[in-house]
Design a protein around this ligand. Structure first.
Ligand SMILES: C[S@@+](CC[C@H](N)C(=O)[O-])C[C@H]1O[C@@H](n2cnc3c(N)ncnc32)[C@H](O)[C@@H]1O
Length: 216
């Protein structure tokens, strides 16, 4: 599956580097989301392995007690990445301009990406690269919620329902023929805000993670 060119468009068509030019020292999802993600990492990642945190920032959601052989960070803002305490090294690269990642084949045991996949205009090329740099048996964990910088998300993401977005990430994995195991969805979607509001309760950010491993 390939997106058609209109599906790749953003409302804000300016270079992404401009949008991320100044650092945002904020968290993009709520504590409950982060706790679920950290737990998923605890279950699925292995200590002493090499991890790439693609589209990262100043915070890490990796479990504090786990030690890794190497954590590589990537993003668009060097100031944010410099503050991230878990990164052994980082690099800045605009993935909408350059999709080839600067790593040898099968360099990483895991590639993780949090609340960012919606900004990729060429996801098929990026998932092909994720496949290339993962070891056979290596894992990719792509997580997202319903929050986003709307003007920077691609049309296919903006216009879809949450269920459509999940299917989209499944399709991104499928864009690498025979490359990944059938993706698994790990999701926890709280009851709608309006329903909880009737009982004076607040809702949380929906949690979605699509997980697959490199099979050949
Ligand atoms: C919402 S933030 C998420 C940051 C981090 N993963 C987290 O969990 O807090 C989106 C990230 O995507 C990255 N990003 C957005 N557009 C990008 C692009 N065109 N190329 C590379 N990275 C991009 C930015 O660096 C930004 O930090």
């Amino acid at each position: 599956m390939q997106l058609v060119s209109e599906q790749r468009t953003k409302l804000d068509n300016a270079d992404d580097a401009l949008f991320y030019d100044y650092p945002r020292f904020v968290t993009h999802v709520d504590d409950r989301f982060i706790e679920q993600l950290t737990n998923l990492y605890r279950q699925r990642l292995e200590s002493n392995t090499r991890i790439l945190d693609l589209m990262s920032s100043w915070v890490s959601h990796l479990p504090k007690e786990m030690e890794f052989a190497h954590v590589e960070g990537h993003g668009l803002n060097a100031e944010e990445l410099a503050k991230n305490p878990r990164l052994d090294h980082y690099f800045v690269q605009n993935l909408n301009k350059q999709q080839v990642l600067p790593f040898a084949d099968q360099f990483f045991d895991a590639v993780i990406s949090t609340v960012s996949v919606q900004y990729l205009q060429y996801p098929e090329a990026i998932f092909t690269e994720i496949h290339r740099i993962l070891k056979v048996g290596g894992i990719a964990i792509i997580s997202f919620s319903n929050r986003m910088f709307y003007q920077k998300a691609i049309q296919a993401w903006r216009d879809g329902s949450e269920s459509d977005r999940t299917k989209l990430v499944f399709k991104y994995f499928a864009a690498v023929p025979k490359g990944f195991t059938r993706p698994e969805l790990v999701a926890n979607v709280p009851p709608s805000t309006s329903f909880l509001a009737m009982f004076g309760m607040a809702s949380g950010d929906p949690f979605y993670a699509v997980v697959a491993t490199r099979c050949e």
